[in-house]
Design a binder for this molecule. Structure first.
Ligand code: PGA
Length: 315
């Protein structure tokens, strides 16, 4: 079986460069001053028509830097309900400031691909850790690429908890998916017990470190980090904007130390966990929230469109 092997130990620089952890501070001056630039990537300072990016002086890699919203349909729906959802999504008007990615259950992907408007991209909810072969029930990254599915969600807490996927396994999956040309929404997040112990950022760092160990700095242009506190997923209990912003800033700070300030500045961090049409605006206003990964509310076309359009509050 061909899988991507990862460095056993982390490549964390001994002395972290100057970086305040928040995206807005990493402007052109920061780039010139202290960035160890990934060699394979051309860094540009955004002066593009994307107003959000230029306002923030974001150093971009290959990513668009736009607000990014994923709809994780999980294991829900049938032919009739998915047809209705697609109709509702197609009827929705989506602001140009957002990149939207829908992740239907695997068996419905081809049907959705042929009926969903092109303003939405598509994602799978999982793929195998290596090359296809005798792995019953799995789908290989190359099969997704072969079917023009550009994204995959990896490391979701439901797969970590219910299927025993380890940090290392997820790191390998991310690396293999990227090696086949896919982009990845990589999920991390703490349980309630871990939060109450004060371990939120330790858990996020550990989960990210396993990915850092497996991919190059340039590969982060293909990754969106989805911070999803497990206690907020499907519970109706959403992190407050202060809690979410604090963790997002901590994640960005970690990325600056573990990879580089340029990658930390460019990487988009989604919040996930009971996002809905009512709470999306105040979360979208948070400085380090660059999008959402939405479960339950993504099954309601109108609600999901509202969530996508909350991108306009992210300035
Ligand atoms: P939720 O799920 O929006 O239903 O909480 C989020 C997710 O699991 O991605």
């Amino acid at each position: 079986m061909s899988i991507v092997s990862c460095a056993a130990t982390a490549a964390v620089p001994a002395a972290a460069p100057r970086f305040a952890g928040l995206r807005r501070v990493a402007g052109p001056a920061a780039l010139n001053r202290d960035v160890e630039q990934p060699s394979a990537v051309t860094l540009q300072v955004s002066g593009r028509s994307n107003s959000r990016a230029s306002r923030r002086c974001v150093a971009t890699m290959a990513g668009t830097g736009r607000f990014v919203v994923g709809g994780n349909w999980k294991c829900n729906g049938n032919t009739a309900s998915i047809q209705k959802l697609v109709q509702d999504l197609n009827a929705g008007e989506i602001t140009a400031d957002v990149e939207v990615i829908c992740a239907p259950p695997m068996i419905y992907l081809p049907r959705v691909q042929s009926t969903l408007d092109r303003k939405y991209q598509l994602s799978a909810q999982n793929c195998w850790v290596g090359e296809g072969g005798a792995f019953t029930g799995e789908v290989a990254a190359e099969m997704l690429a072969d079917n023009n599915i550009p994204w995959v969600i990896l490391g979701h807490s439901e797969r970590r908890a219910l299927l025993g996927e380890s940090d290392e396994f997820i790191g390998q999956k991310v690396a293999y998916a990227i090696s086949k040309g896919l982009s990845v929404m990589a999920c991390i997040g703490e349980t309630l017990e871990e939060r109450e112990r004060g371990d939120t950022l330790n858990v996020c760092r550990r989960q990210l470190q396993a990915i850092v160990n497996c991919i190059s700095p340039a590969d982060w242009a293909k990754v969106v980090i989805a911070y999803e506190p497990v206690w907020a997923i499907g519970t109706g209990k959403v992190a407050t904007p202060v809690e979410a912003q604090e963790t997002h800033a901590g994640i960005r700070k970690y990325m600056a130390e573990a990879v580089s300030p340029a990658v930390a500045s460019a990487v988009r961090i989604q919040y996930g966990g009971s996002v809905n049409a009512g709470n999306c605006e105040e979360l979208a206003r948070c400085e380090d929230i660059d999008g959402f990964l939405v479960g339950g509310a993504s099954l309601d076309g109108a609600a999901f469109v509202t969530i996508c359009n909350s991108a306009r509050f992210n300035n």
